[in-house]
Design a protein around this ligand. Structure first.
Ligand code: RIB
Length: 307
């Protein structure tokens, strides 16, 4: 079983399913629903790794509050190694406010709280355990991300980065050699100024990213159009599956986790992308963040039915 160290974020998501999003100054009384769902880009990927058959070692920071208690009990239930999850007594657990429109399109605001106070010593301890891979996103303090990447690189541990949320000021140049760097459409545009609309613009954006990131593969997530894989020379769009979209929250997190795990198992980025597309497609057909992520049997059934 692959042991994957996720150094990333955990949030409680307050999700509102709404007809439409109000404009500034407007109050809307909506007949939709709201709920509190465990989320956070890191936790969503950690849940995906666990459900897809990896041993996930999840390193994050939670507040010493009720949301932190709920989140921690989910990670235990999912079978994660939680020994590197610390509780912060001064700052609350991360919280995300998410508005989901009828189309499944979402808008998210994150209050990072304890996520931005991950300690470098904890990161070093977790890397010393020699996981099979290090997986990160950009929703925690940047010094922890750079430190984890450098320590992993020194120990020969492959590094996979899901480049969300977008921040053009992230010091990409400080990252050592990666295996996969995977931004979505808006993150690609934030880092390069190029909107990845077709194969030609995906290639231009990938080449621009490679001026700042050292990586074996760039994988640009293109939402309903699939993903673009660039190996430094050639690029190809792998289309995704046709699924009714209910809620896109966590689809990118589940996609990149699926891609990482299947790549570690097979070494084939192209078939791993099919696996990731299937994982993401099931995720968009369900409501919520961690609640929408499939397990390995569901992905296997989906691939058997859909080719
Ligand atoms: O990618 C989706 C996630 O982004 C949500 O679960 C929310 O918590 C934010 O981190």
């Amino acid at each position: 079983m692959k042991r994957i160290l996720v150094v990333s974020s955990a949030n409680m998501d307050m999700v509102m399913n709404v007809d439409f999003v109000p404009v500034g100054g407007q109050t809307v009384i909506d007949k939709g629903t709201y709920s509190y769902v465990p989320g956070g880009k890191g936790a969503n990927s950690a849940v995906a790794f666990s459900r897809l058959g990896a041993k996930c070692i999840f390193l994050t920071k939670l507040g010493k509050d009720a949301n932190g208690d709920v989140l921690l009990s989910l990670y235990e239930k999912e079978g994660m190694d939680i020994s590197y999850i610390k509780r912060d007594t001064e700052v609350a657990s991360g919280l995300a406010a998410i508005l989901v429109e009828k189309t499944g399109q979402n808008r998210i605001i994150v209050f990072p709280g304890a996520n931005s106070r991950i300690e470098l010593d904890t990161v070093s301890e977790a890397i010393a355990g020699k996981p099979d891979a290090l997986y990160m996103q950009f929703e925690i303090n940047y010094d922890a991300i750079i430190h984890a990447a450098i320590e992993a690189s020194k120990n020969g541990i492959p590094i996979f980065i899901d480049a969300g949320p977008a921040n053009k000021d992230f010091p990409l140049e400080k990252l050592p050699e990666l295996t996969v760097f995977s931004p979505n459409e808006s993150e690609t545009e934030a880092f390069t100024g190029i909107a990845p609309t077709d194969e030609e613009s995906c290639k231009r954006a990938s080449l621009k990213l490679l001026e700042r990131v050292k990586t074996k593969y760039i994988v640009i997530k293109l939402g309903g159009r699939g993903a673009y894989i660039f190996d430094g020379e050639k690029g190809i769009i792998k289309p995704t599956y046709d699924m009714p979209v209910v809620d896109t929250t966590a689809a990118g997190d589940a996609f990149t986790a699926g891609l990482t795990l299947e790549y570690l198992r097979t070494g084939d980025i192209y078939t791993s992308c099919d696996f990731a597309n299937a994982t993401g497609s099931i995720t968009v057909s369900r409501h919520g963040a961690s609640s929408s992520i499939p397990n390995s049997n569901e992905v296997a059934d989906f691939l058997a039915k859909n080719g």
